[in-house]
Design a binder for this molecule. Structure first.
Ligand code: GDD
Ligand code: MG
Length: 357
């Protein structure tokens, strides 16, 4: 148990790849399997024995404290530090330094859904007497992440953020252990990228940077498709969380929702509060935010339906984000990464987008 470790969670990003969902809520606050995404991450941190957490906020900063308060509801002590101008990942870590007192600090990107054993990551850090330890995973598309090769001793040899030609499929999983004095050495009062500046500088100066590689569940929730798949994995219990409001299963139906008994709702779908799903509808692996309406015979696959939005009779929404209170007219067909902005009204049969057209 990590009673002597504190945590920092970086939640200051604008979540641009998740627009329009992130126009009204920062990415870590998006409702995911019944609670804000960040609640799942915090529950993992608490389960590992860490009580004190500092959130480095910037974009829509007050939404975090409004929801989590002092953290006592989760048996945690949560503090908030606001960056008036975003300071980047490294600047965000430096900016919370004075709130930290533990020798070892776990730092998290606030948008990663992960099942790693945090105690094992800290063990690697201590066993190798490292300045910084990085949690690393293997992925299919390393170009989208920070590529991090290691040598036979598990020592990090380079840090290549979003490089075209990554030498390995091993990437930065967005969870670090920092020795507290290493945080103090990050320059203060200006934007710093931990990925593009701090890690390369530490390596160049000969610091001991360790890699902790494992095969745990891992997903960055930064795109709509990752968000919807990650949410489905939480609902089905594929991704671990102590914050899931109900037992794992094919769907999570929150209070006040009405699902017609002829509708099929499966694949890890979340049905938000007050949602209505009509006759013969088929909803697979989707996120339905509070108050959304799915009319008869509509078909949803990996769809995100914003709060109060409406999907008309027989409409098809596949791998598409519908903004809050938007209306998809009857018979519309939306596919392949479309995004409908909040309040937009698509007339019946008004849009037909399919890979074959
Ligand atoms: N406080 C603060 N200030 N937080 C920030 C800022 C800032 O200026 N900018 C970004 N963040 C937070 C975001 O809210 C997010 O939780 C985290 O830092 C990472 O930012 P992303 O924008 O999601 O980065 P990414 O996904 O492209 O890449 C990062 O994560 C990958 C793993 O998911 C990098 O760390 C990669 O190296 C890594 O592989
Ligand atoms: Mg990310």
């Amino acid at each position: 148990m990590l009673h002597d470790v504190e945590a920092v969670v970086l939640v200051g990003g604008k979540g641009t790849r998740l627009r329009p969902l992130t126009l009204s809520a920062p990415k870590p606050m998006l409702p995911t399997a019944g609670v804000p995404f960040l609640a799942h991450l915090l529950s993992r941190i608490r389960q590992a024995g860490v009580r004190r957490v500092v959130l480095g906020t910037s974009y829509l900063a007050e939404t975090f404290s409004d929801h989590f308060g002092d953290g006592s509801a989760m048996d945690m002590e949560i503090s908030y530090v606001v960056e008036n101008q975003p300071l980047g990942t490294g600047g965000g870590i430096r900016n919370v330094f004075k709130y930290l007192s533990a020798d070892d600090v776990l730092v998290f990107n606030g948008d990663v859904l992960c099942g790693t054993d945090l105690t094992a990551v800290v063990d690697t850090h201590r066993r190798t007497d490292a300045d910084v330890t990085l949690h690393l995973v293997r992925v299919q598309n390393p170009r989208a992440f920070g590529c991090v090769p290691t040598d036979d001793d598990g020592r990090v040899t380079a840090f290549l953020e979003k490089t075209e030609d990554p030498p390995t499929d091993q990437i930065n999983a967005g969870c670090y252990v920092f020795r507290r004095d290493v945080i103090e050495s990050i320059p203060e009062g200006r934007p710093v990228s931990v990925e593009r500046e701090t890690f390369p500088d530490l390596l160049a100066s000969g610091a001991r940077v360790s890699g902790h590689v494992d095969n745990a569940y891992w997903r960055d929730m930064g795109t709509p498709l990752d968000l919807v798949h990650g949410s489905a994995d939480l609902v089905r219990g594929v991704a671990p969380s102590a914050a899931l409001p109900g037992p794992p299963g094919e769907s999570l139906v929150l209070n006040g929702a009405t699902v017609d008994r002829t509708a099929r709702v499966f694949g890890g779908t979340t049905v938000g509060r007050g949602v209505t799903i009509g006759r013969g509808a088929r909803v697979e692996g989707s996120m339905l935010f509070d108050g959304a309406v799915v009319e008869d015979n509509a078909r949803l696959v990996y769809a995100v339906i914003g709060a109060g939005a409406r999907v008309g009779e027989g409409a098809v929404v596949h791998d598409t984000v519908i903004g809050d209170r938007a209306v998809v007219g009857a018979g519309c067909e939306l596919r392949r990464g479309m995004r409908i902005w909040p309040e937009v009204v698509l007339p019946p049969h008004g849009v037909r987008f399919s890979p074959d057209v």
